[in-house]
Write a protein that binds this ligand. Structure first.
Ligand code: NAP
Length: 306
């Protein structure tokens, strides 16, 4: 195999990337993890995690991210704050283009995660002025206020419940008459006096002068339009893969998530995709870390057999 800077480069320091780093460091690979922001990924903005085994009382996303990062670094993983601009991938040598330089590696694990999807109803104008995608960051600004939360998945329901620790009322607006979220979260939302479910409805606009004052919604069954007076609007309508650097270097599905198989390998040998950026039937911390362990061991075997 041609001489390269690294055996393995990992892109992204969420639970998947950090776990891949733990395995690679323990395998004594010459490994580098690149993260463009703060290590931790999406769990940094997750208030409370209670479905990751080993923490019977639950653990905050921030604390879990900190523990994973500490564990990886203590095992010898090097993490650098650098953004990946593009990739040039061939079977033998993988080039990662950064802002001021390029580095080469024998294998690559893409663990770049996903980001919240937006609605395109003019919410951009109100970001920082009442529109948010992060309850743990912004909920404390809405003590005793009225909020609208949009979405019906795990994120929307879990985070709407968190909002009620601060807000006096939360409208949870969902486009169907059934939530997608896990049943345990649904039970808690239904039992929460501060949450009012608004079924079969989509948001059509956000109004306000200095900040959010109301959210316009439309019932998709009756076409009835309504205005909900609210001081803030939290949007949780799914995720988009973080793949701006990819430029078709590996195969993706119709939604842009990277296709990877049972050993996490993508369409390019020696290149793996793990966690939320991957085309996967389940996006959880446990599945992300499982993907990552498989990918790191697969990368090790790939290099040995090359
Ligand atoms: P998600 O599961 O894709 O749910 C997105 C929700 O937004 C759905 O209810 C969807 O409605 C709704 N939606 C989508 N587009 C919309 C639009 N244009 N207008 C109005 N509503 C719209 O996304 P997520 O909740 O962010 O979760 C992402 C992944 O992370 C999932 O795999 C989830 O299981 C996982 N996650 C897990 C946990 C946990 O285990 N505690 C916590 C957070 C996230 P429909 O239902 O009608 O499609």
């Amino acid at each position: 195999m041609a001489k390269t800077d690294y055996d393995l480069v990992i892109i992204g320091a969420g639970p998947a990337g950090l776990t891949a780093g733990i395995y690679a460091a323990r395998a004594r690979m010459n490994v580098l993890l690149l993260e463009k922001a703060v290590p931790g990924g999406q769990i940094l903005v997750t208030d409370w995690i209670e479905n990751y085994p080993g923490f019977p009382e639950g653990i905050s996303g921030f604390d879990l991210a900190e523990k994973m990062k500490t564990q990886a670094e203590e095992l010898g993983l090097r993490i650098e704050t650098l953004e990946v601009h593009s990739l040039n991938l061939s079977e033998e040598l993988k080039e990662i283009v950064l802002k001021d330089k390029s580095i080469t590696t024998k294998s690559l694990i893409i663990a770049s995660g996903a980001s919240p999807r937006t609605l395109g109803i003019g919410e951009d104008k109100f970001i920082g002025k009442g529109v948010s995608f992060c309850a743990t960051c912004d909920a404390p600004f809405f003590k005793e206020k009225t909020l609208v939360a949009i979405g019906g998945g795990d994120t929307a329901v879990q985070e709407a419940i968190y909002l009620t620790k601060f807000a006096q009322k939360v409208y949870l607006v969902h486009r169907r008459d059934e939530l997608r979220a896990a049943k345990i979260l649904q039970e808690r939302a239904f039992a929460n006096d501060k949450i009012e479910l608004v079924w079969d409805s989509i948001p059509t606009g956000i109004e306000g002068f200095f900040g959010v004052e109301s959210v316009k919604i439309k019932n998709v069954k009756t076409n009835e339009e309504k205005t909900l007076k609210a001081d803030g609007c939290f949007i949780w309508v799914g995720i988009l893969p973080n793949t701006s650097f990819l430029n078709d270097a590996v195969e993706t599905d119709e939604f842009g998530f990277i296709r990877s198989g049972a050993n996490m390998q993508t369409s390019v040998p020696g290149v793996y995709a793990v966690g939320d950026v991957r085309n996967t039937p389940l996006r959880q911390i446990v599945t992300a870390v499982g993907d990552a362990a498989i990918a790191a061991v697969s990368a090790e075997h790939f290099i040995e057999n090359a």
